[in-house]
Write a protein that binds this ligand. Structure first.
Ligand code: AMP
Ligand code: GLY
Length: 429
């Protein structure tokens, strides 16, 4: 099979690394990729948003399977575009069509979907510019903090959490009336604040069958102790010590199964990865959000734990035969720690020369890197992730940290506390 993965981050490197190991693979392309993906695939200069260019590349290079890494092309309808052109129909996209991707593309759609299926999620209402007065009243009835979400995709910047009601009202005005959040702000979901601990659960589905992948927890803030600005992810662990069999069973019966039942009920043939962004509130799981793709940096710990051939799973999925797959996982712990450019998530320099050693127990997944001749240079905020296995989380973290310490580039920063909060709760994990 000839495969094209779209994207250029750590998630795409991890997916490419895994698929490159498949004996079903004839040729692997990543567009546009990074210095890491070029070690396991051919990088091609492609913009995932330019469907026409992606399509003609697929035709010219006899691509059979297309895997979009991020949500944007899915929410924008790359699947529908390929389905709408007869010459592209033989290409299988492992990702949801536009209607299904609305689970991530519209917060309001996701909320209505969950409500219809009785899936636990924060109580909410949604408002537009014409109902701003009602929105003020709704805010007044809620206890702080106040959670405001721009309806559409906003590249992770659409959620604002505020302690003061006056601040919340002002932000709401900005979102609804000043279109501060672009088109995404045309409607705003206001919801109840859930106080708990977050984790992520992933499934793959062919539209009829699904299988769960290992769960993970990511660390979003730039600063230790989960302080400072949000980032694209500073580290992740899998499994998650507090996600025990009891909690996982609640996730299955209250969230995962009802989600797939509701998709079927609505005649939505969802193909690809489903990412359940969850929060455990006193041991009960609630959905914070759905994403229509894998997580980053979660992929960098979940995919290494997948022992089965990912490309074979995709191929089975193409024939609606995912139920025949035997999916096996490494029972060990996998962790990842990101090295980022100093200054990120604010402004930061690029083009710094990197030195990346070969370490037996570390899998480096590149994110913001590029090759120049024989050199590897930084080219983004999140630069490289050091993933590693261990018999338990502490052992895995020890190796991840040796990996992140060993990578060199000027201005390197990383959080030193990935996983620490979980150890405090679970002494020996
Ligand atoms: P989202 O884009 O919906 O995932 O929201 C971004 C982040 O905001 C989440 O990862 C949570 O940390 C936080 N968040 C969103 N909704 C809530 C909520 N209802 N209660 C508490 N935290 C939330
Ligand atoms: N790690 C969160 C995300 O991928 O959205």
């Amino acid at each position: 099979m000839v495969v094209l993965i779209l994207g250029s981050g750590g998630r795409e490197h991890a997916l490419a690394w895994k698929i490159s190991q498949s004996d079903k693979l004839t040729k692997l392309f990543v567009g546009p990729g990074n210095a890491g993906t070029s070690q396991v695939a051919d990088n091609v200069s492609l913009d995932a948003g330019n469907f026409k260019a992606v399509a003609s590349f697929c035709l010219d290079n006899e691509v059979n399977i297309l895997i979009p890494g991020s949500e944007a092309p899915l929410v924008d309808g790359i699947v529908d575009y390929f389905e709408g052109h007869s010459e592209l129909n033989h290409i299988y996209i492992f990702g949801p069509n536009k209607a299904c991707a609305e689970l991530e593309g519209s917060k309001e759609f996701a909320k209505v979907f969950m409500q219809d299926a009785n899936i636990p999620t924060a109580a909410y209402r949604s408002f537009g510019p014409d109902t701003i007065e009602e929105a003020y009243d709704f805010l007044a009835d809620l206890n702080p903090p106040y959670v405001l979400k721009a309806d559409g995709l906003a590249a992770g910047k659409g959620v604002v959490i505020l302690d003061e009601i006056e601040e919340a009202k002002a932000t709401l005005r900005d979102m609804l009336l000043d279109e501060k959040f672009g088109n995404a702000g045309a409607r705003v979901v206001i919801e109840e604040f859930l106080d708990g601990i977050e984790f992520s659960v992933f499934a793959i589905t062919d539209g009829e069958n699904y299988a769960l992948l290992p769960e993970a927890k990511d660390y979003k803030r730039i600063g230790e102790g989960d302080t400072g600005l949000n980032t694209g992810g500073m580290g992740a662990v899998s499994p998650v010590p507090f996600v025990d069999a009891t909690l996982m069973e609640k996730v299955r019966s209250r969230i995962v199964q009802p989600t797939f039942d509701q998709l079927r009920k609505r005649d939505m043939k969802y193909v690809g990865f489903v990412f359940f962004g969850l929060i455990s509130v006193n041991g009960d799981p609630f959905v914070i959000e759905y994403n229509c793709r894998m997580g980053d940096p979660e992929t960098e710990v979940v995919i290494p734990r997948l022992k089965s051939d990912l490309l074979e799973l995709v191929a089975l999925s193409r024939n609606n035969r995912l139920n025949e797959a035997s999916i096996r996982f490494d029972q060990r712990s996998c962790t990842t720690v990101f090295a980022v450019s100093g200054g990120y998530p604010g402004s930061y320099p690029k083009g710094k020369m990197m030195n990346i050693p070969q370490l037996d127990d570390v899998m480096y997944f590149h994110a913001g890197t590029k090759s120049e001749g024989n050199d590897v240079l930084t080219s983004g905020g999140r630069v490289i992730a050091a993933s590693a296995f261990g018999e338990n989380m502490s052992d895995a973290l020890r190796s991840s940290y040796s990996g992140v310490e060993a990578v060199q580039f000027e201005g390197k920063y990383f959080r030193r506390d990935i996983g620490q909060d979980l150890m405090a709760n679970n002494g020996n994990s």
